[in-house]
Design a binder for this molecule. Sequence first.
Ligand code: ADP
Length: 395
Amino acid sequence: MSQTVLVLNSGSSSLKYQLLQPDTGASLAHGIVERIGEEASSAVLTFGDREIRRDGRIADHEAALRTAFDLFAEAGQRLDSLGLVAVGHRVVHGGQRLYRPTVVDDAVLDQLRELAPLAPLHNPPAVLGIKVARRVLPELPHVAVFDTAFFHALPAAASTYAIDRDLAARWQIRRYGFHGTSHQYVSQQAADFLGAPLESLNQIVLHLGNGASGSAIAGGRPVDTTMGLTPMEGLVMGTRSGDIDPGVISYLWRTAGMGVEDIEVMLNRRSGMYGLAGEIDFRILHQRIESGDEDARLAYEVYVHRLRKYIGAYLAILGHTDVVTFTAGVGENDARVRRDALTGLATLGIEIDEHLNESPTRGARLISADKSPTSVLVIPTNEELAIARACLTVI
Ligand code: ADP
């Protein structure tokens, strides 16, 4: 039987899981437990064509994981008979020292806890997920795979903030970059799709989901990325602002009487498309624009403006790009965003084919015109598979 890896992505009130075969890339099962700790918790498992659901209070993350296993049992499956060899954990921030896939022991867990201030919204739930999963599945190796890993190799010119260098060194302040698992996976998939060695290609990858980031990649190595110390920098996102003048923060603190946590919550959860239009789903935003909603229109224009700005910046940094690839929820599904991001760039060698762009085809596909020197691709990301494969490199 093929080996399988259980990949966990633990959020503050949710636990996503997927069981994969790293060698074939097959996903055997996936599910989510949501609203953990509330009265109306829910747990879903999809195994093959069966979907099993359980509603009702799930007190904490440990109960969530045990409920997921109960659902496997209800589906007539036992994890120990499915070739499970490791548990992979998505961890957002690895700080300066943790970037390779790392088998978690108590010392690593302590190091992860120390990183909480660098990613206060993301790392603590991941640490909790690892702690709970080690308790529930003590006999298996647990591997932390970091969102920052791929961008550890950013050149210093791209990773360094132009601030007081002693302060930066003391507090580990640099541009780390995030969504690295996705950028690395998608750039390799793009090379495979084009039948070209990864080392031969300049690439721009646009990961546009609720969180959004772009990267410039030369010969498989990252040259720049839009996210920084935290996943807040760069592109406009579902609820995050992306780039703002850092002066806004001190201005709000001084004049609006907002504390640091209020400002952080505002920038993370009440900004981006939500902050401008009260909505993060691009399908609904487009409907609202069509019915004349000016807030939705402005939000969309700000989003596209920022995206084009980074595409231009990355073209300048790379000199030229062989391929531009769109991925994640918006990138994979929203033909209008792809069109508006790249329209008018023919003189820079990028030309989209409207018909291919609008085709409802799924899967990896080419959407550039025949005469476009730059290939434009849509490639579904698969962070869970990349995490599962990363686990096998260290166990
Ligand atoms: P996350 O960052 O949470 O993983 P996803 O990559 O799943 O996010 O992206 C989710 C977003 O993708 C949704 O909020 C929505 O805006 C967008 N999206 C999903 N499906 C479509 C679609 N068919 N058309 C346009 N946008 C879509």
